[in-house]
Design a protein around this ligand. Structure first.
Ligand SMILES: [Zn+2]
Ligand SMILES: [Zn+2]
Length: 429
């Protein structure tokens, strides 16, 4: 099938590209950019995009699909549908499933379940067997099966020695460990430790729980010349530690979630468990540090930490409710609203953080917007004003604190694997 994207503003910082043009796609391949003639247009389905932005497909490197194990809260299919609806053509999924992604069998299961979808799904292997922090998972087997990184997310890699062994092993494959930085002995609270937790009388997690693990990881990464990616960074001091590590030339990268650059622990005053996540929402000062880190390049990418939980679980008493919120379908809107429209990042910088850098960190090829290349594209409108409606989410669960929030900037369509998602529908192209 032939489609034409009429008048899109093509932006790809990886190609130094920012131009308005028309794109002809046939059988999923970019056939022509600009100067379309009558023949090009015959039998083509034409989409009038009137200056909307067309970037390389967005990529979310931190997603929790709940399959295998908790298919009642998300499946590989519903999570992939949520990703497409949120403007993403690729996601990497965390290994805290049941069973964990600690064998080739589970990697193969995820890959076979995600086959033929518009969204590419890249499994992240567990660092330790069953994420228990005792024995190293079979890393070579997992890499061969297709794992793109390793993590015990939910918890940090338990010991420095395990981290060291895993990093040394992974050097052979040039793959990173993605760290959930939280010192176990300081973990277990329900919110950030500070003025608000004292006021609410809730058990709290101090920022040093994060900072200490970031310090340990940087030290170990430096010692073995390994690659560590700090997941969902949230504390001001942790951002500074990453900044210093980068200045030293260490292989440290970092991501931040939209909730950590948008919300503060003041939101917890509502006792709404949709504001309960780990790491917890921090203070205004930390939020400012996240934005500073994004601006100066200390924080390489934005990732959602999409974490579906059932309504019943989230409605448990606050201290017992599980951590985490949905993220795939609000991520682009929040990033445009909070970062681009508040003049912290340019659109091009945002595309780097949502498409280019996550792929670089995981050694996944960056989609090129050139003739002859496979069309892997996201089209979004940075100016469309819309209200988040969780009832429309494609995710199986509805745990989002952003329901009813007014946002400026919205995904419009995604194209990948000879498929297009537009107007809530998938079509073969
Ligand atoms: Zn985590
Ligand atoms: Zn996570």
């Amino acid at each position: 099938m032939k489609i034409v994207l009429n008048k899109v503003r093509i932006i790809n910082p990886a190609q130094n590209l920012d131009e308005q043009n028309d794109i002809l796609i046939e059988d999923g391949i970019i056939r022509k950019i600009g100067n379309l003639n009558k023949e090009d247009l015959s039998n083509a389905k034409v989409f009038e995009f009137n200056g909307k932005i067309c970037s390389p497909g967005l990529f979310d490197m931190h997603v929790h699909l709940r399959e295998p194990g908790r298919e009642d809260t998300e499946t590989i299919l519903t999570g992939s549908n949520a990703a497409a609806s949120g403007g993403f053509t690729g996601i990497a999924c965390m290994p805290n499933t049941k069973p964990a992604i600690d064998s080739a069998e589970v990697v193969n299961f995820i890959k076979s379940k995600s086959e033929n979808h518009l969204v590419d799904v890249f499994p992240i292997g567990a660092v330790s067997k069953d994420r228990k922090g005792e024995n190293l998972a079979p890393i070579a087997e997992l890499v061969t099966a297709g794992a793109v990184a390793f993590s015990d997310d939910g918890v940090a890699v338990k010991t420095a020695s395990l981290l060291r062994n895993a990093l040394e092993y992974l050097k052979m494959y040039n793959l990173p460990i993605i760290e959930h930085c939280e010192d176990e002995s300081l973990a277990g609270g329900a919110m950030n430790e500070g003025k608000v937790s004292t006021m609410l009388g809730l058990p709290a997690i101090p920022t040093i729980a994060e900072d200490l693990t970031v310090m340990r990881d940087i030290a170990v990464a430096e010692y073995v010349d390994g690659k560590v990616h700090i997941a969902h960074i949230s504390s001001k001091n942790a951002v500074q530690l990453v900044r210093e590590a980068k200045a030293k030339g260490l292989k440290i990268t970092a991501e931040v979630t939209p909730h950590h650059f948008t919300l503060t622990d003041e939101a917890l005053i509502s006792y709404d468990s949709n504001y309960k996540m780990n790491p917890p929402l921090r203070t205004e000062e930390d939020v400012k540090a996240m934005i500073e880190g994004l601006k100066d390049g200390t924080i390489d990418c934005i990732a959602s930490d999409h974490a579906p939980h059932s309504i019943e679980e989230k409605e448990a008493e606050f201290i017992y409710a599980p951590n985490g919120i949905l993220g795939l379908e609000t991520q682009l809107g929040l990033a445009l609203n909070e970062l681009v429209h508040k003049n912290h990042l340019s659109i091009s910088q945002l595309i780097e953080k949502l498409s280019i850098n996550p792929r670089k960190i995981l050694n996944i090829p960056i989609p090129q917007i050139s003739v002859g290349e496979k069309a892997n594209l996201t089209i979004f409108d940075e100016n469309e004003i819309w209200t988040v409606d969780i009832k429309k989410f494609k995710s199986k669960t509805k745990n989002s604190p952003f329901d009813k929030r007014l946002l400026t900037g919205k995904p419009i369509a995604v194209i990948n694997n000879s498929k297009m998602h537009f107007d809530e529908k998938f079509t073969e192209i």
